[in-house]
Design a protein around this ligand. Structure first.
Ligand code: NAG
Ligand code: NAG
Ligand code: NAG
Length: 116
């Protein structure tokens, strides 16, 4: 019982840190902003959005190493999308960030890729 309670507590903590804004890696002062993309979706009733943001964009080539990935939730009221890094990111030249909205909520998130 005690174990169960602490697992639930841990899950709640993880859920909280899963968050709405997120960052991976570290940006140095002389890094370049390689990409800034704003993803906006209108809410779908009783359903959620799962949007993949790919860097570099299809048909483009990126020669820089990624140092940091930032995702900002523009809603700022805890109804925004949860970001996860699905592939690539810091140390790679590509990244896929997934934005998953809450049920019946939209998305307005900014994805920034920094590197050099
Ligand atoms: C990018 O990373 C590769 C592999 O780690 C390294 O060989 C290369 O020098 C890096 N390029 C820059 C511009 O830092
Ligand atoms: C998304 O958020 C940005 C930054 O707060 C804001 O300027 C923009 O108007 C928003 N877009 C929509 C469609 O709400
Ligand atoms: C959060 O902000 C967005 C954009 O301003 C709005 O559409 C949404 O209804 C808000 N959610 C809550 C729970 O206030």
């Amino acid at each position: 019982m005690k174990f169960l309670l602490s697992s639930v507590f841990l899950l709640a903590l993880l859920g909280a840190s899963y968050g709405y804004s997120a960052s991976w890696g570290k940006r140095a002062n002389n890094d370049y902003l390689l990409s800034r993309q704003i993803e906006v979706r209108n809410p779908i009733k009783n359903n959620y959005w799962s949007v993949n943001v790919d860097f570099p964009r299809a048909g483009t080539v990126n020669y820089y190493n990624i140092s940091a990935v930032f995702v900002y939730d523009n809603f700022k009221n805890s109804s925004g999308a949860s970001p996860s890094l699905w592939s690539g990111g810091p140390g790679y030249r590509f990244a896929t960030v997934n934005l998953r909205s809450l049920v019946s909520k939209g998305i307005n998130s900014t994805v920034e890729i920094w590197g050099r």
